[in-house]
Design a protein around this ligand. Structure first.
Ligand code: RB5
Length: 148
C-alpha cells in the first residue's frame, strides 16, 4: 500500500509520528509536506495529496491540520476526492464502509496521538462495503461534481 500525507505547520508532529508508524509497518509514504513550523497555507498541501490520490499514484491520502477542518474542506474541492474528517475510529470505519472515502483528515489540536494512530489503522484497513445504497449515494456526489 502507498499513502500520500500532507499537513500544515500546525500538524508536523502528527505527520512525522504517523509517517514513522506506517513506514515501520511496510507502508510506503509520499510526504507532501510541510516539514517546518513556518506558517503556511493548508490548501497547498491538501491539493498535493488529492492530486496523487486522483491520479492513483497512491492508494489513499492522509491530511492533517490543527482542526482537520480546513484541510478536509480543501481536499474535498478536488474532483474525485471524498475526504472524511474523523475524530474517532467509528467515523473512520464508517467513512470507508459508507462513503468510500479516499482521504482521511485528522486534527492535531483535537485528538491525542494514540487515537490518531488507531484512526489511521482503521481507515486504511476497512474496505468499502459495496452496498447498493452507498454506491447510489456516491454516484450522486459524483453527479454534483460533474454539474460544477
Ligand atoms: C492554522 O492556524 C489553522 O487554521 C489550521 O491548522 C486549521 O486548523 C484550519 O482549519
Amino acid at each position: 500500500m502507498k499513502v500520500a500525507m500532507g499537513n500544515d505547520h500546525g500538524a508536523v508532529e502528527y505527520k512525522d509520528a504517523i509517517k514513522a508508524m506506517l513506514e515501520e509497518e511496510g507502508i510506503e509514504v509520499i510526504d507532501c509536506g510541510t516539514n517546518t513550523k513556518d506558517s503556511c497555507d493548508y490548501p497547498d498541501y491538501a491539493k498535493k495529496v488529492a492530486d496523487l490520490v486522483v491520479s492513483k499514484e497512491v492508494d489513499k491520502g492522509i491530511v492533517i491540520c490543527g482542526t482537520g477542518i480546513g484541510i478536509s474542506i480543501a481536499a474535498n474541492k478536488v474532483k474525485g476526492i471524498r475526504c472524511g474528517l474523523c475524530t474517532n475510529t467509528t467515523m473512520a470505519k464508517l467513512t470507508r464502509e459508507h462513503n468510500d472515502a479516499n482521504i482521511l483528515a485528522i486534527g492535531q489540536r483535537i485528538i491525542g496521538i494514540e487515537l490518531a494512530k488507531d484512526i489511521v489503522h482503521t481507515f486504511l484497513e476497512t474496505p468499502f462495503s459495496n452496498g447498493e445504497r452507498h454506491i447510489q449515494r456516491i454516484k450522486k456526489i459524483t453527479a454534483i461534481e460533474n454539474e460544477q
